[in-house]
Write a protein that binds this ligand. Structure first.
Ligand code: IVH
Length: 663
């Protein structure tokens, strides 16, 4: 088999497995086998750059960083839907439509997914463009980001229309958001509040690599084009399913509005069992000719409407306000409630966010409060039933001292939260710091969990992080529930953590704003902990991706003697404080230059040329803009790229000229 045949075979095979896993939810091979095939394809594509294909499964990992999105006009306007909130509203809708036609017609009922809408264009069976709604007339071209969403097919199967659009909703499943939030909390960042905003924010990220890491999903609900497979909406969607699209199963046809109402009632109850959020039901006329006859108003189609569910709200008694202390000392007030059933779960606690929120609603202990679960995962208190308020109740006095250590709380200008000022000895902060240090993405210490940490602190065996590395078996054995085997495991886990690379050690320290990515950037740039400690704010912000907030936080951390002592102790214990991220830089000849590589080259592959650009300090950019320094142009560069470069006056540099430049 030639390389080309093998590449085509692997692309097809991997696309099939993607579809089985992400659309059908029935994987046919293990992740390991999938990765093996993908690696083989990547390798073959690397050595055959002329066979590059933007819609290859290898392109789903991201790869491009853009400096903004192009605005593109929609072929068909992207309208919104009129809303209804009651059975009467819906009956009015039905009467309106029946006046517009004598024909008997069917309704299609679908769930209303709560995410961001997207319009995908396919030509000759390949994804060529993905646009956001924008203002309805024109949207942002987010194709590079959409390619990373695994349930969206890049190439279609079967007999597809040669040119069509399909619209749908990109969303984050609930467990996807929880997964992302777990990591954010580990990094000391605020969790994302709701799936819709997070999905929308994700789609607008400029770094497609980041988008690829987010567990976005997409349901399609509307096919448009000149030559569609069927004359009705329902069958078009069923056809789209056979082409590889993810079409929801929760879709029904009904002849009467009463049946539509039964469907609505059913899903109003069942919606909390779904793994994603919906905020209503969409009702559409099935027949496409009839849709055209009924037409549009300025803002929305006459032939479709949405029914919005009420955000579920309950009232209950707020027994007590308590306060949580995070590892950074941030205080979160919590409403402890009389347990109440809400949106499918029993709620006992709700977030009160911060002091301002409590003041805004004048929330007091003993109040009858309204608790709501809207798009957010964590329920929140949204109001107080004032007429039920006890005459003798007093306004809430926000705490001024830490509930864990009694230190004074401070609140910086522009920060909504209060912080415990006792960063050194506050037990809540200490436990939080230990838990962060041992967590999976940080030191990942086997055999050590939150409970053991608390026990070790209680017994006075550890008070600062480096104490972990002085634990001995005879210290551990007397502890409750600590068998010989668990003690050995714990010590082995600690020993193994001495090999954890520098960037994870740096992340594990829990410096504010230094998450996984920032830790990597710092390690790569400064190579050693000494280098980082020696850097001042100015030197830090000169590093790509490091802003003043991070820089100030890093400097502040290392200014403190006890943190420097900690580093010394951990270094002595044998932890890694030197980066082994290889330095591949050769020169800085291309420093500050943004370079687009395009076309086919004779001496080096595109991948090799991109590597050279980085080795000489340049940046690879995917599309030509006014900020591009030059285009490294090979043969067969696309005419539209060529035109764009000419229009913007961006020079084209040949392979030979480039090689001379860097030699
Ligand atoms: S159909 C012309 N179907 O709701 C008809 N929209 O308020 C276009 N949405 O912008 C929309 N689920 O983002 C349709 N099953 C569904 C939907 C749906 C969610 C969103 C979509 C649209 C908004 C309208």
């Amino acid at each position: 088999m030639s390389d080309e045949e093998r590449i085509l075979f692997l692309q097809k095979e991997l696309a099939k497995h993607n579809h089985s896993y992400y659309v059908l939810d029935t994987p046919l091979i293990s992740d390991f086998e999938f990765d093996k095939l993908l690696a083989e394809l990547q390798q073959l594509e690397d050595i055959n750059p002329d066979l590059f294909d933007v819609n290859s499964p290898t392109q789903r990992v991201g790869g491009t960083v853009s400096d903004g999105f192009k605005t593109v006009k929609h072929n068909y306007r992207m309208l919104s839907l009129g809303n209804t909130y009651s059975a009467e509203d819906l009956q009015d809708f039905d009467i309106r439509l029946r006046k517009l036609t004598d024909q008997n017609f069917e309704y299609v009922c679908e769930l209303k997914y709560d995410g961001v809408s997207i319009s995908l264009t396919y030509k000759n069976g390949e994804l060529v463009q993905a646009l956001t709604r924008g203002d309805g007339t024109q949207g942002d071209d987010v194709t590079v980001n959409v390619r990373t969403i695994k349930s969206i097919p890049l190439k279609l199967n079967g007999d597809y229309p040669t040119n069509f659009e399909i619209r749908g909703e990109i969303f984050l499943p609930i467990d996807g958001l929880q997964q992302m939030n777990k990591i954010r909390v580990e990094e000391g960042l605020e969790p994302y509040a709701n799936p819709r905003n997070t999905a929308s924010g994700s789609l607008k990220l400029l770094d497609a690599n980041e988008v690829a890491k987010r567990p976005l999903d997409c349901y399609l609900y509307y096919m448009l084009g000149e030559r569609l497979p069927s004359a009705n909406h329902y069958d078009n969607l069923q056809k789209a399913k056979t082409l590889g699209f993810k079409i929801p199963n929760e879709i029904e046809k009904y002849k009467s509005i009463d049946d539509v109402l039964i469907f609505i009632e059913k899903w109003d109850k069942k919606r909390h069992d779904l793994p994603y959020e919906i905020d209503g039901i969409v009702i559409k006329v099935n027949d496409i000719d009839l849709q055209e006859e009924m037409g549009f108003t300025a803002k929305s189609p006459r032939w479709a409407i949405s029914y919005k569910f009420k955000a579920e709200q309950v009232s209950t008694i707020l027994q007590k306000i308590t306060y949580q202390v995070g590892r950074t000392g941030a205080i979160t007030p919590i409403a402890n409630l009389d347990p109440v059933q809400l949106a499918g779960t029993i709620v006992k606690r709700a977030s009160l966010h911060n002091a301002d929120q409590i003041a805004k609603f004048d929330i007091r202990e003993g109040d009858m409060v309204f608790v709501e679960k809207g798009g957010e995962i964590i329920p929140k208190v949204v109001g107080v039933e004032l007429k039920d308020r006890n005459l003798f109740s007093q306004p809430t006095a926000y705490i001024q001292h830490c509930p864990a250590c009694s230190a004074e709380l401070v609140r910086k200008d522009g920060d909504a939260k209060h912080y415990c000022s006792n960063t050194d000895t506050c037990p809540a902060q200490i436990t939080g710091k230990f838990e962060h240090f041992i967590s999976r993405k940080a030191m990942d210490i086997d055999g050590l969990g939150g409970e053991t940490i608390e026990l070790l602190i209680q017994e006075g065996l550890i008070s600062e992080i480096s104490d972990l590395y002085h634990l001995k078996k005879e210290d551990l054995l007397p502890l409750e529930r600590m068998a010989e085997k668990s003690a050995e495991n714990l010590l082995l886990g600690l020993e193994a953590s001495k090999k954890v690379p520098f960037e994870r050690v740096l992340f594990a320290l829990g410096i504010r704003y230094v998450g996984e990515t920032v830790a990597k950037v710092l390690c790569k740039h400064f190579k050693t902990i000494e280098g980082i400690i020696a850097a001042d704010v100015e030197i830090l912000i000169a590093v790509d991706e490091i802003g003043d907030k991070i820089a100030e936080s890093v400097v502040f951390y290392f200014l403190q003697q006890q943190n420097r002592d900690l580093i010394f102790n951990l270094e002595t214990a044998g932890l890694q404080f030197t980066s082994i991220i290889e330095d591949t830089s050769v020169s800085e000849i291309l420093k500050g230059m943004k370079i687009v590589v395009s076309g086919v080259f004779s001496q080096f592959s595109r991948v090799e040329l991109k590597k050279m650009i980085e080795e000489h300090g340049g940046k690879n950019i995917s599309s030509i803009s006014k900020n591009t320094t030059f285009v490294l142009a090979g043969d067969n560069m696309g005419p539209s790229k060529q035109q764009k470069a000419t229009d913007l006056g961006i020079p084209l540099v040949s392979e030979e000229e480039f090689l001379v430049k860097i030699s």
